[in-house]
Ligand binder design. Sequence first.
Ligand SMILES: Nc1ncnc2c1ncn2[C@@H]1O[C@H](COP(=O)(O)OP(=O)(O)OP(=O)(O)O)[C@@H](O)[C@H]1O
Ligand SMILES: [Mg+2]
Length: 368
Amino acid sequence: MSYVTEAGPAASYTSLGEFDDDVEPGTPVVLVLGPSFAEGSGLADVAKQLRSRPELAAVMVVDELSTELLQRAIRSGVSDVITVPSELPEVVERASENISVTAPAQPHVPTATEAPDQPSRLITVFSTKGGSGKSVIACNMGVVLAKRTDRPVVLVDADLQFGDVAVMLKLTPQNTIVDAVSSLHRLDAQLLRSLLVRHERSGLYVLPAPTEPAFADQVTPAALVEILQLLRTFAAYVIVDTPAHFTDVVLSILDESDDVVLVAGMDIPSIKNVKIGLQTLRLLDMSADKLKLVLNRANAKVKLDVSEVERTLQLKADSLIPSDIVMPRSVNKGVPAVLDEPKSAVARSMEQLADLFVVDPASKRRGR
Ligand SMILES: Nc1ncnc2c1ncn2[C@@H]1O[C@H](COP(=O)(O)OP(=O)(O)OP(=O)(O)O)[C@@H](O)[C@H]1O
Ligand SMILES: [Mg+2]
């Protein structure tokens, strides 16, 4: 086993114990593990070591890589497993980026990401009408916020039966929200981070929906809330995409949220359903301050105008998203509109929507 620190060159050790005795706690280190860690209690020992020292990251070099080994390694907190040693510099670099973003210098000492003056913001995108544009809005907002923020931004796909965030972002996830739930008893920020999939073009992290609708039942409201709370310890923004109806899971997410982006389309059934949804939210005592009304396809020539809709819903729209062919085109490409056609009207309206949540004007300007 060898290690690479941010400050210094690699050193070699024959065991984790030897490393532990030699290296000061708090030193940011990327451990490079050899194939022997795949055997016996090797990976369990690694998981324990990584948990006890959050400033560590680990990558592994093996002779032969199976899906089973990769899963075990990732679940133990290992950032990457490779078979080709020439890829080592790249994976070490990637793993070290994770250290600088998330790891506190000492356990339980808040990092910049956890600093109380920079609380995380949990934004849920919801609608009581299917197909209203929740997922495209959640994905585009996630990408915009990830590009504007130095701290991690995480998009959680809580449409547990039919979530399509991974498809919209063309991601092939190794893990889903079900893996986070099944590791809940030992889940900490580091393990949770290792289960997220990164959208390379924007840096957005995604916790995907289950791969099969049948797995949805495994995600209980309490488990999901626990996961969201853990994400909030290191993410600047946690954005949640939801299904188009009230379930016990959705209710607990709404309860936990700082902001609820309520999406309404510009047609009578959509407005009717959203009005009923709003009444339910009021009955549930949801604070009106949390709500942001987004009217999607707001330029559609459908004989409904914005003021009429606002009057019906007794709510002023915070954001108007035009109807644009760019949107379905970008969905089919798996590239969000804000990246695919950043100059389009629809992309600009997504940027403005994200603006509502950026409190620091300096970081707003930086992203422009
Ligand atoms: N402003 C828009 N202009 C054009 N097409 C749009 C717009 N907003 C959404 N769409 C299209 O509508 C379809 C449905 O959008 P999306 O999947 O985001 O809705 P949803 O509310 O998440 O649906 P579901 O309830 O099924 O999860 C997508 O194909 C998307 O491209
Ligand atoms: Mg959706």
